[in-house]
Design a protein. Sequence first.
Length: 90
Amino acid sequence: MNQWKRYAWYGFGLFQVMVLLIAMAKPANAYVDPGSGLLFLQVGGSMLAGALFAFRAKIRKLFRMEDKHMESVEDADGGAAGEAETGSQV
C-alpha cells in the first residue's frame, strides 16, 4: 500500500510542475526554422539512448535475477529428475 502512496505523491508532484510550467509560459516572438524540430528530436533521442546506456547494468541485473530465480526453482523442484534425465542421455 505504501508503494501506491509513493506513486500518488510522485504523480501529484509531476502535476504541480506541469501546471507551474504552463502558467509561466510566455509567447516566443522569434523565427524558428524547419530544421529546429529535427534538432529537438535528435536531442531527445540522444537523451533516451544515454539513459538506456546508463541503466543497462540495472536492466541486465534485473533479467539475470529472473533467470537465476527460475534456475533455482527448477533445481529445487526437479533436482533428482534432472540428474536422471542427464544420465539417460549419456
